[in-house]
Design a protein around this ligand. Structure first.
Ligand SMILES: Nc1nc2c(ncn2[C@@H]2O[C@H](COP(=O)(O)OP(=O)(O)OP(=O)(O)O)[C@@H](O)[C@H]2O)c(=O)[nH]1
Ligand SMILES: [Mg+2]
Length: 443
């Protein structure tokens, strides 16, 4: 996510690393480079300018403590400012005391509204809510079908109605939602390629009728300042309550993410990071800032893992990790749980420094996963708990037993020891306030 931005910022900040102290000159140089990086990422001009001014002011006023380097100090300041720029702390959908809570989803065509509606429904259902979906996209039966298919796959009820008046749909969906005891109605709407008056009037009428508690504006994260300009118009007409940024899994430059909250004054609430229904994340500015600066986002990683893996096993694993006695038995269990967590590359970027570790590039395709399982299964229990004893002849036996080559066994052992080392290192540094519960270290 926003990889290019991260790489560029890292390379600017690397230059500072050699500097012994902060001077007006080296700060000015750094800030000029950062400003360029931001503009290249299509960040709004004024937002970039204010950001730089603010970082510069804070940096110059600071004493560099003996324990940190100027580069560390600047990174800290940039991290704080970036967090501020990205908006308020995460605000979840607030449930109304009298159901249903109504969430209306708006945005341009193809921005990801329908997909987001399904994702949000899934997210709320997982939290124990009873979502109800309805599509007010009266122009394209296919669009309603799309929501219906998504809703069905998630076992979430949806309004089945051949209506051509969005306002009637609003009424019917409220009624139907109440009837099935839904507590949150998610209302999808039609998008247009560009802002046009008919669409705006229609959405306003829909708003007046459905009286949504939340209007979420969905913006395509790939589009930079265009998204921000569109957002401003939607804000004026509909006064939405929050922003959803989609397609941040692709090579989005980051302009929309960094500008939209500042320009509209509304928080980014969720980000969409893929086409599948589970690819949704609550938006936490501080975590995003740290990801953008290449410092990883362990908390989100832990939360993702928690969703996918067994709590009790995770607690046990945490204990084992803390005592750094991680073995192949744990590894095997992790691999099995890893299968529930989605593609590995998505997880790597959450781990701080992961992009710099030799572990990078260990893409675990299905075949490799199977091979790894076979190799571990061919080890004796003793070997699994004390992998150090696995010498040359044992390696050969394991390779034969698992139908793999000795090189495969060697590679796995190497990865395993690397991982053990990393875990030891992390357990020394502490696992953060959430602890390691649910952390998944398979690769
Ligand atoms: N890679 C990626 N694709 C996404 C994401 N969100 C949506 N898409 C894709 O973008 C396309 C448009 O998504 P929709 O949800 O249909 O967009 P929409 O806003 O409902 O479009 P209209 O109903 O035509 O206005 C689909 O192909 C989605 O699969 C995302 O976060 N990442
Ligand atoms: Mg749609």
């Amino acid at each position: 996510m926003l990889n290019e931005l991260t790489l560029k910022l890292e390379s600017v900040l690397k230059k500072l690393r050699g500097e012994g102290k902060i001077t007006e000159k080296n700060i000015a140089e750094t800030m000029r480079s950062i400003r360029r990086v931001l503009l290249e990422a299509d960040v709004n001009y004024k937002v970039a300018k204010d950001f730089i001014a603010s970082v510069q002011e804070k940096a110059l006023g600071q004493e560099v403590l003996r324990s940190i380097t100027p580069a560390q100090l600047i990174v800290k300041i940039i991290n704080d400012e970036l967090t501020g720029l990205l908006g308020e702390p995460f605000k979840d959908i607030k449930m109304e005391p009298t159901p249903p809570t109504v969430v209306m989803v708006v945005g341009l065509q193809g921005s990801g509204k329908t997909t987001f509606c399904a994702k949000l429904a899934r997210y709320l259902k997982k939290k124990g809510r009873s979502p109800f979906l309805a599509s007010a996209d009266v122009y394209r039966p296919a669009a309603r079908k799309q929501l219906e298919v998504l809703g069905k796959s998630l076992a979430i009820p949806i309004l089945g109605m051949e209506e051509t008046d969005p306002v009637k749909i609003a009424n019917a969906s409220l009624e139907e939602c109440r009837r099935v005891s839904g507590d949150v109605l998610i209302l999808d709407t039609a998008g247009r390629l560009h802002i046009d008056e008919t669409m705006m009037q229609e959405l306003s009428a829909l708003k007046a009728k459905a009286m949504p508690h939340e209007i979420l504006f969905v913006a395509d994260g790939m589009t930079g300042q265009d998204a921000v300009n569109t957002a401003s118009v939607f804000l004026e007409r509909l006064d939405f309550s929050g922003v959803v940024l989609t397609k941040l899994d692709g090579d989005a430059k980051g302009g929309a993410a960094l500008s939209i909250s500042k320009v509209t004054g509304k928080p980014i609430r969720f980000i969409s990071v893929g086409e599948k229904v589970e690819d949704l994340e609550p938006f936490h500015p501080e975590r995003m800032a740290s990801r953008i600066l290449g410092m990883g986002d362990v908390i989100t990683l832990v939360e993702k893992a928690q969703e996918a893996i067994d709590e009790e096993k995770a607690a046990k694993l945490e204990e084992r990790l803390r005592s750094a006695e991680f073995t192949f038995e744990d590894f095997l269990e992790q691999l099995q749980q890893l299968k529930n967590m989605g593609p590995l590359e998505n997880l790597l970027e959450f781990i701080p420094g992961m992009n710099k570790l030799p572990v990078k590039g260990l893409k675990m395709d299905e075949g490799a996963l199977k091979r790894t399982e076979a190799i571990i299964s061919s080890m004796t229990l003793h070997e699994r708990s004390s992998p150090k004893i696995i010498n040359g002849s044992r390696r050969q036996r394991i390779a034969k037993g698992s139908g793999t080559a000795v090189q495969d066994v060697n590679r796995l052992l190497k990865q395993f020891f690397q991982m053990q080392k990393m875990i030891k290192k992390m357990s020394r540094q502490g696992f953060g306030k959430k602890g390691m519960k649910g952390m998944n270290f398979g690769f």
